[in-house]
Design a protein around this ligand. Structure first.
Ligand code: 5GP
Ligand code: MG
Length: 230
């Protein structure tokens, strides 16, 4: 039997972001050092589990790029890499559709797939992507995410490898964006709620991101912005 992968959870919002980010980023949720440490241990677990297997890493664009680049360089084993592009459109309704902007090119049939994403939130994205991959008949599909927000789950999806379990904040950095910004922050930070209203950014958000931000804002309103115990 596989041993369950231990999950690390984030404690409190404590650290201040560097001064030049303070207007936009409320706090550092996960520091660069904690991320590096966790990526190393995830890589060790993945190496163990996929030793001797024909591994294909399938990463979702664009949010995974930073996490993926760090994880890959920690994996000392033969592997292949491919990408799937997904985008959610759909005029602000709950039935927002997932559009594939880049299709898989490698043949995964009979092979072991490690599906990598930045964050597991409602689970709708990974649910759809996994269903699509299953039709290609891989030997197995395992899921690895940097972040997990279990409180917002809608679909039944459990990640096999989780970097950090986080509360319902809207986070940016280390690959994650807000209107395509902040992917280059070396840490995972909580976006300042003032930024949700910034008219320069709102038109650039997908319907899905707008709903997500609305959910975070409603929660902040209802508990006065206090951090809840996990
Ligand atoms: P799901 O389909 O699981 O709801 O959504 C996963 C996608 O939603 C992620 O890949 C990411 O693009 C986006 N997402 C969910 N939560 C956050 C967040 O806190 N920050 C950012 N930047 N994106 C998020
Ligand atoms: Mg994404």
């Amino acid at each position: 039997m596989d041993k369950p992968v231990p999950k690390k959870s984030t404690k409190r919002r404590s650290q201040q972001p560097p001064p030049h980010w303070r207007k936009e980023i409320e706090s550092v949720l996960i520091s660069q050092e904690r991320i590096a440490q966790r990526v190393r241990s995830l890589a060790r677990q993945i190496e163990k589990e996929f030793a001797g297997r024909d591994l294909v890493i399938v990463a979702l664009l664009n949010g995974t790029v930073v996490f993926l680049a760090d994880l890959l360089r920690r994996l000392s084993m033969p592997l292949r890499l491919d990408f799937i592009g997904v985008s959610s459109y759909g005029g602000g309704t709950e039935s927002a559709e997932l559009v594939f902007t880049k299709e898989l090119r490698l043949d995964v049939s009979g092979r072991d797939v490690l599906l990598v994403d930045d964050i597991l939130d409602t689970g709708q994205t990974l649910f759809r992507v996994r269903a699509k991959l299953r039709r290609l008949r891989p030997r197995q599909i395992k899921i690895c995410v940097l972040l997990d927000k279990p409180s917002r789950r809608v679909e039944q999806i459990v990640a096999d490898y989780v970097g950090f379990t986080i509360p319902n904040h809207f986070v940016v950095g280390y690959g994650l964006d807000y209107a395509e910004r902040y992917r280059n922050l070396p840490f995972v930070g909580v976006l300042h709620p003032e930024m949700y209203k910034n008219p320069d950014f709102i038109p650039l958000l997908s319907a899905k991101k707008r709903r997500l931000l609305q959910g975070v804002e409603d929660e902040l309103d209802s508990d006065g912005g206090q951090e809840k115990p996990e």
